[in-house]
Design a protein around this ligand. Structure first.
Ligand code: FAD
Length: 273
């Protein structure tokens, strides 16, 4: 289908983008366009204007910042996957980025767009939840605030970002412990039917689930069982606690509940090995 008519504005800076969003409450940011444009073609999304942030300088760098790595919101999935810094100091993020879509998608889609879109089937949100990442949002007059991953994803395609904020950075702690990212799909390059991300940091294990509810979810019951000394087999059977998996053409909720337990078992074995 053809999108509804819209204006197009190219922002040269974050401040320009915020000004354009503030001037028109129905405007939307455009980064890689690989989620927004398909939604517009289906007329699920009908913004009055697109504010293109794709060429703002300095928003796509990936840099070392002590205990954290700072990933610019405009870093493409390809850049995240191939960043030596991430491959060394936060390998789960680089590995997961390499599993997104196909090369054409990875060369255009951005990590910030993936996160801001708030799709529970997206790969990046659950990985960043498992990593306990922090999101930096820039608002009017250049003010910034940080939002932790646990409070960022508020509903289906909804996040804690205000309509006039731009997600500018994602801070991920360096992760030297074990990890696992498992994505189950019917064909290579498909979205996850279910995904599990597990990260071990010191004595803490965090597990996050893809496509098991309206938002990416932490598998809290699994994490608590492990903290109380349960083994992997006993903990992983709790993986569907607190979830509300979707029913779609690819899998029923019951199938997803069974699948998430199997994947969590495998992910924990890999992360704790
Ligand atoms: P856009 O489409 O430009 O924007 C998405 C939303 O985020 C919009 O609402 C926009 O206004 C908002 N936004 C963008 N940037 C910012 C920002 N910096 N601050 C605030 N708001 C912002 N994803 C997966 O996770 N796994 C897959 O397997 C997968 N397969 C795909 C296959 C295909 C064929 C396609 C087309 C997409 C696929 N994707 C997949 C989605 C892809 O990863 C998208 O690129 C990503 O979800 C959105 O990033 P984007 O830069 O394209 O964002």
């Amino acid at each position: 289908m053809i999108p509804a008519p819209f204006e197009y504005v190219r922002a040269a800076s974050v401040n320009e983008a915020i000004a354009a969003l503030s001037a028109d409450p129905d405007a939307k940011l455009l980064a890689g366009g690989h989620s927004l444009l398909p939604a517009m073609r289906l007329r699920v999304s009908r913004p009055s204007a697109l504010v293109d942030i794709g060429r703002i300088e300095g928003l796509s760098t990936i840099r070392d910042d002590g205990d954290d790595i700072v990933v610019g919101a405009l870093a493409r999935h390809h850049d995240v996957a191939n960043s030596e810094l991430l491959q060394t100091s936060c390998p789960i993020l680089a590995f997961a980025a390499a599993q997104i879509g196909d090369p054409a998608v990875r060369h255009v889609g951005t990590i910030g767009g993936s996160v801001a879109h708030g799709d529970p089937a997206g790969d990046m949100p659950a990985v960043l939840l498992a990593l306990d990442a922090t999101f930096v949002a820039t608002g009017a007059a250049g003010t910034t605030r940080t939002i932790d991953a646990a409070s960022f994803f508020t509903g289906l395609f909804e996040t804690a970002l205000a309509p006039t904020e731009v997600l500018t950075e994602i801070r991920v702690p360096k992760a030297s412990g074990g990890w696992s990212f498992l994505k189950f799909n019917r064909r290579a390059q498909d979205w996850a039917m279910v995904g599990v991300s597990a990260v071990r940091a010191d004595d803490v294990v965090r597990v996050a689930l893809t496509n098991m509810g309206l938002t990416p979810l932490r598998a809290v019951a699994v994490e608590e069982a492990l903290a109380d000394g349960a083994g992997v087999a006993d903990a992983s059977v709790l993986a569907d606690h607190g979830t509300a998996p979707p029913d779609d053409a690819f899998a029923s909720p019951d199938y997803r509940r069974a699948l998430v337990k199997v994947l969590t078992h495998r992910a924990l074995e890999e992360a704790l090995a």
